[in-house]
Design a protein around this ligand. Sequence first.
Ligand code: XUL
Ligand code: MN
Length: 348
Amino acid sequence: MPVMKVGKAQFRFSVGPWNLHPGADPFGPPVREDFSWAQKMEIFKQIGFDAIQFHDDDVCSAELNPAETSKAVKAMKKQLKDLGMEAEFVAPRLWEHGNTVDGGWTANDAKCRKYAIDRSKRAVDIALELGTKRIVLWPAREGTYIREAKDPFESYKRYSEYLNMLLEYDSSILIMGEMKPNEPTDAAYLPTPGHFLAMGAQSKDPKRVGILIESAHSMLLGIDPSDDMALCLALGKLWGVHLNDQDGLKYDQDKSFGAVNIRRAFNQVWVLARGGFGQKGEYVGLDVKAMRTQKQDGSMKHLSNSLQFFKDLCEIVQKVDGDKIAEFRNARDYEELERYIVRLLMGK
Ligand code: XUL
Ligand code: MN
């Protein structure tokens, strides 16, 4: 899809293969056939995505040796090229393997920490071969279920050592922390983008440490996602987003973008537009789940809906009258400002 220019922003769109799934949840099994890899790629292309977000083992099994891995990565690169798509990032999946039960780089067992760094370096190799320098870290199990389980001082030290080892492994990669305060653990060690940036600022190469903000993760923290995005944009650190929505403080719901709170979604699009997101090739990524009740033939509608809502909100953003807003702000008449915004969202 051609780049969508809105304000100073240049929007291109990405999606992860896990966003199409057969509907299993913690309480029940799959309820529909899974799509094959080829079908998923076709669906993504048809909906209008420009890039794919990968976990390392989406590309090939983590058990393959280096030669087999390189062969599989080349085949994936060819597939992407044939589809006219790119790889946005690769994220080491450090939460499913038996060696990551207690976490990756904060695990108490040194052998498990070694597994985490080795697997992460392998993810870097895969990313570079696929043609992307972006590595996403979602620190799924880098936290605890009970405070006493890990020594926090040791854990922060290990966090910092891990970041430095990865930054040193390749001098071109960009590390994007996707922070989430809880789930699966009770409490993550670095629950917010600010925590991660503070750790990154003390790393060996702070300019290569940035952020991917997921809307729902900010909401789980009680932070408005547009403010989280604006902070990172202001610092030059917003290198990716996972747009979605969330109904209150529950589990991470990954609802379609804008489906719960249109005003909150509008503010995200408005901030991205004003902040010039995408000028350096950053993608507008989705991280959304289809409802379990959906039948297979319509189990991609959460993706097309999310994109449609995003684009509809771009149209509204383009109608925002900056002079009017300045007038209301100067008069400190935020009631009138609210009336203007709400009616704009109602198409009035
Ligand atoms: C988990 C989450 C992950 C990351 C990628 O909440 O959002 O899917 O986006 O590892
Ligand atoms: Mn995500």
